[in-house]
Write a protein that binds this ligand. Structure first.
Ligand code: FE
Length: 356
């Protein structure tokens, strides 16, 4: 479907703020303290208002440490049992699963989270509880150049390995969590032999060695360097909302496909959170996670930050997502725990394929 800005509001694009780790030491929160320490890998300007709304509703203050995902995990490991962290926010199930395996989360029981968030967007339930929960979702979509590629040749992820697309495919690193999770979900269905062929086929189709982020791939399709690429949906939505002429030229030049509509549905991933293993204010931490699943927070994720709500029954009213057709696509419901289990195997398969 063509992308136009005609119906779009002129909202400001949500740019990523530089992720700066706060160096001041945090003091551990106690249950009676009315404060929680949140280690966050989310860096969106609108998130500030979201946290302020939580404090207003509960009286619980938030002290935040901002870092990237790897920085947060390294800090938690270094701090060990003396970590002041109560809540951890990370992006992509691949990273949440790694943190869970490293014992950095404390499983929790929450009837509110059980009711709001579908089980495929959470860690597996154990007798101790559930360790991580998705709060917003994003689709991994295909963008293509309609002058060089036919829509029917890029209707599925599997087709990205077809020799028809030789010399046309661009991706970011295969080992980036966004790609690892997608590949793990496709390979779950294809099996290992066909999955390996698929990865080999994508490597043979590359227009250039993998590099850059998702937005770089979209721009490279628009510039003619690539014919087809993968991106998370919110990066395209950001360009759609942008008022910069160069961004408008990009979105007018490319088309988007929500892949696998006739089969498994489009791969979706999450931004999610968990209670830290050594949290002092467990009650406050759970209250915060429950707040993130509330309609107020869910609407912000969908309408303010171009993500999709993870909670059931929340309305999306975001013109950029509508322009992409994101208000009516079939999403893959493969549990993200299954995706996470496949990650080590998929990394080995990428190495065998020479997928950088
Ligand atoms: Fe991202």
């Amino acid at each position: 479907m063509p992308i136009t800005r005609a119906s779009l509001t002129r909202r400001l694009a949500c740019g990523l703020l530089a992720a700066l780790a706060v160096s001041a030491p945090l003091t551990p929160a106690l249950a009676q303290d009315k404060v929680i320490n949140v280690y966050s890998a989310r860096h969106y300007p609108g998130d500030e208002q979201l946290y302020a709304a939580f404090t207003q509703a509960t009286g619980i203050r938030i002290q935040r440490v901002d870092s990237d995902d790897a920085g947060i995990l390294a800090r938690l490991r270094a701090e060990g049992a003396s970590s002041p962290a109560d809540v951890i926010l990370l992006v992509d199930a691949a990273r949440l699963a790694v943190a869970e395996q490293q014992g950095l989360f404390r499983p929790i029981k929450s009837a509110k989270l059980d009711a709001a968030i579908p089980p495929e967007l959470r860690a597996a339930a154990t007798p101790e509880g559930v360790s991580w929960t998705g709060f917003s979702t994003r689709a991994r979509v295909i963008v293509y150049d309609p002058l060089r590629v036919k829509a029917e040749d890029v209707a599925t992820y599997e087709q990205l390995g077809d020799p028809k697309l030789k010399g046309l495919l661009c991706t970011r690193s295969g080992s980036h969590p966004y790609n690892l999770s997608l590949f793990a979900s496709v390979i779950e269905r294809l099996g290992e032999a066909k999955g390996q062929q698929w990865l080999n086929g994508m490597v043979a189709n590359m227009a250039r060695p993998p590099k850059g982020g998702d937005t770089d791939q979209i721009r490279a399709v628009a510039s003619g360097e690539c014919g087809v690429a993968l991106t998370n949906s919110y990066y395209l939505a950001r360009l759609l909302k942008s008022d910069k002429p160069e961004d408008r030229r990009v979105v007018e030049r490319v088309r988007v496909v929500f892949p696998n509509q006739a089969s498994t549905g489009t791969h979706i991933n999450i931004a999610g959170g968990a209670v830290a293993r050594h949290a002092r204010n467990v009650e406050g931490a759970i209250a915060f996670l429950e707040f993130l699943a509330s309609p107020q927070a869910q609407e912000y994720f969908a309408n303010g930050n171009n993500e999709f709500p993870a909670a059931r029954g929340v309305r999306v009213d975001n013109p950029a997502l509508k322009a992409m057709g994101a208000d009516r696509f079939k999403a893959d419901t493969l549990p993200l725990t299954v995706v996470a289990q496949n990650l080590p195997k998929v990394q080995q398969m990428l190495d065998r394929a020479g997928f950088q």
